[in-house]
Design a protein around this ligand. Structure first.
Ligand SMILES: N[C@@H](CCC(=O)N[C@@H](CS)C(=O)NCC(=O)O)C(=O)O
Length: 266
């Protein structure tokens, strides 16, 4: 093997970060992406490489060494392909970018907790929690880039880190009717989010693919797990998401069958 290999799950936001960074650097062809089926147990050969860790993406170097954690992979690729720098070089600007990057963990966890919630009584609190985190991003952008679009001059590191989750959170729009309220309070972060989602380097997934693939998350089953009464996960490759109908939006009152989701075998 002479190239870098990334083992990944299709539609995985963490692996989309890597794809975006490579697109920005015009280095996509340097990395081979090998798809792993999340609906099946990890194969033994992969577990041997990762020493039992199941979370993906992982990157295999040409000599077989393994790296994991998407933010670590971004740092590695930034150092490996320094010609087109995505991270800021000025120490202060880099620190600002890093402060924003540190906000991703809570933001991601809140969005996934919200989509997976099955208790109607918790909806308002989860919505408020999500808005609080968007407000924090808004405040950060107002402080560091009040008149710009991106955090700095162009789509960069912070945008690479957050954009896959702005796209995944289309599942909140669809299954929870969640969106940012109009008005000034979220205007700066809305401008940022829209520009991030529209950027040519970040077009790896569509709203349709996300909404269809993440139906089971909206019903509380993550990572390819099977829901009661179902024989197939919404993350299966066949039938392909394009051939399936849009799922029912009502996640609290209705549990769709394989057939309703277009997942029943011929
Ligand atoms: N912190 C990790 C998270 C990776 C992660 O959670 N990946 C998901 C797919 S989107 C996964 O592999 N889930 C299945 C598992 O953990 O076994 C990263 O940034 O790379």
């Amino acid at each position: 093997m002479s190239r870098l290999t990334v083992y990944h799950i299709p539609v995985c936001p963490f692996s989309q970060r890597v794809e975006i960074l490579l697109a920005l650097k015009d280095r996509r062809s340097e990395v081979e992406f090998r798809v792993v089926d999340i609906t099946k147990p990890r194969p033994d050969w992969l577990l041997a490489k990762t020493k039992g860790t199941t979370a993906l993406p992982v990157m295999e170097l040409p000599d077989g060494r393994i790296l994991r954690e998407s933010l670590v992979l971004l740092e590695y690729l930034e150092d490996l392909f320094p010609e087109r720098q995505v991270a800021q070089r000025d120490p202060y600007r880099r620190a600002v970018e890093n402060m924003m990057t540190r906000m991703e963990g809570e933001f991601v966890a809140q969005g996934y907790t919200f989509v997976m919630n099955q208790d109607r009584a918790r909806r308002d609190a989860l919505r408020d929690g999500m808005l609080r985190l968007y407000a924090r991003l808004d405040g950060f952008l107002v402080e560091h880039s009040p008149n710009g679009i991106f955090l700095f001059d162009e789509f960069g590191w912070a945008e690479t880190v957050f954009t896959p989750f702005f796209a995944r959170f289309w599942f909140l729009e669809y299954y929870e009717e969640f969106d940012l309220p109009s008005g000034a309070a979220y205007a700066r972060v809305r401008r940022w989010r829209e520009a991030c989602l529209a950027h040519p380097a970040a077009q790896q997934v569509t709203k349709e693919e996300i909404v269809k693939s993440y139906y089971d998350y909206a019903k509380g089953a993550g990572n390819g797990a099977l829901l009661p009464g179902r024989t197939r996960s919404s993350f299966v490759f066949e039938p392909a998401w394009r051939e399936r109908p849009w799922p029912p939006r009502d996640k609290y009152g209705h549990a769709a069958t394989d057939a309703e989701l277009g997942l029943a075998r011929g």
